[in-house]
Write a protein that binds this ligand. Structure first.
Ligand code: GLU
Length: 419
């Protein structure tokens, strides 16, 4: 038992044990690699619109400081707890190391459903969260970004709060900001674009014709909606999408731009169409070429993994597949190609890195430069993963995580243990 214990942290530990066994990492080195360096828990009081005071719990976990500052998103969701945030921070570490960014992993969050707050309350809570975190973050210590339930506006409030405290504008304290406030072109689209880019690469390897291909997208937030849009722009038919309010299915393909218009007006998919509505419980197992889980953790369990009828799983979410489901997918790897989360959704943090670099240098790039470099890094990491998987005859997740863990371990061993 640790303070992090819970289903999501236990999953991250279990995954790490598989990799540590595979890499024959001595038992006495394992805790140093797995256990987070720091965890901060704060209380964020705000005035509600009705005059009462409400207090929300906030967290930030910084996993390791070996390769540079820590980096990772901030999640606002009712389900957020310390263990989930710790697991997400650990996954950020393997992700950053796999794609070669000079960061350790971090993640933060507040246990709140942002839809239950007015805009003014959301601003107060965002500002108070950043204000409480000021002693623990910094452009060379820990750099925040968006995650589930947060967006560019929240990042702008974070940046403004930090900057007001320091008496000057510090854009490099957070990434995923609006372009009008020091953000980079291509960050909002980066994660979904990366998911679609890698899915297309695998479709081409498997000789799947884009115009005959179908995709199912679970989750229609920033990642799911952009992945759907990019795939449909490539000619892929998006036959089903879902979010926490329900699912839609249309064999001939859904109109993705229209869905995005609906979601920006109403906040979610509810009310889009009664005729197309579908049971969200069955969406993952629909026959399709590309399945994109882009919602929350642990949605593909062993039973679902057994019933999947797709050719490619492109993990837009962090941790959507349980370790038990991994055993099934490993067995089915000839039928289903897995693009594991730490590679598949890494476009987000890759372009966050570009944003940080541009802010530090005050020299801004064109969008095609951002995209070209994003795809170059994704291609390199994809090549390294597939080479390793072939060479060692291992599952894609094992290969990707092994590369990430190995790099963190090599840096730790080279730097040694202080004092
Ligand atoms: N929250 C995103 C992730 O899980 C992005 C993190 C970042 O851009 O720093 O990868």
């Amino acid at each position: 038992m640790t303070i992090y214990s819970g289903p999501v942290f236990d999953m991250a530990s279990q995954q790490f044990s598989v990799i540590a066994d595979h890499l024959s990492i001595p038992i006495n080195e394992r805790d140093r690699l797995l256990m987070p360096k720091r965890a901060i828990t704060i209380s964020c009081p705000i005035h509600r619109d009705d005059g009462t005071t409400a207090v929300f719990e906030g967290y930030r976990v910084q996993h390791h400081l070996t390769l540079g500052p820590t980096k990772g998103g901030t999640r606002f969701a009712g389900s957020v707890d310390l263990g989930e945030v710790a697991a997400l921070a650990i996954w950020m570490s393997w992700k950053c190391a796999l794609v070669g960014l000079p960061y350790g992993g971090a993640k933060g969050g507040i246990g709140v459903d942002p839809a239950s707050l007015s805009k003014r309350e959301l601003e107060s809570l965002s500002r108070r969260y950043m204000q409480e975190m000021i002693p623990f973050v910094g452009p060379h210590t820990d750099i925040m970004a968006p995650d589930m339930g947060t967006n560019e506006q929240v990042m702008a409030w974070f940046m403004d709060t930090y900057s007001m405290y320091h008496g000057r504008t510090v854009t490099e304290i957070v990434t995923g900001k609006p372009v009008s406030a020091g953000g980079t072109l291509g960050r909002r689209e980066a994660t979904g674009r990366g998911v679609a880019y890698l899915a297309r690469r695998v479709m081409s390897d498997l000789s799947i014709n884009l115009s005959d291909a179908t995709a199912v997208i679970q989750g229609f937030g920033n990642v799911g909606s952009i992945a759907a849009l990019e795939l449909s722009n490539m000619g892929v038919r998006i036959i089903a999408v879902s979010d926490h309010t329900g699912a839609l299915y249309r064999a001939a393909g859904l109109d993705v731009p229209d869905l995005i218009k609906h979601v920006s007006a109403h906040g979610n998919l509810a009310g889009y169409s009664n005729e197309l509505s579908y049971d969200p419980a069955n969406i993952l197992t629909l026959p399709c070429d590309v399945l994109v889980p882009a919602a929350i953790e642990r949605v593909i369990d062993a039973k679902a993994a057994d019933e999947l009828r797709c050719r490619i799983v492109a993990e837009g979410a962090n941790g959507p597949t349980t370790p038990e489901a991994d055993l099934v997918l490993e067995r089915r790897q000839k039928e289903i190609f897995l693009i594991p989360d730490i590679l598949c959704n890494s476009g987000g943090v890759i372009v966050s890195y570009f944003e940080w670099v541009q802010d530090l240098q005050q020299l801004f790039w064109e969008e095609d430069e951002v995209m070209r470099r994003e795809f170059q890094i994704l291609d390199r990491a994809f090549d390294q993963m597939t080479l390793r998987a072939k060479r060692d005859r291992i599952f894609n997740r094992t290969a990707a995580m092994s590369i990430g863990v190995e790099r963190v371990r090599a840096a730790k061993n080279m730097r040694g243990l202080f004092p």
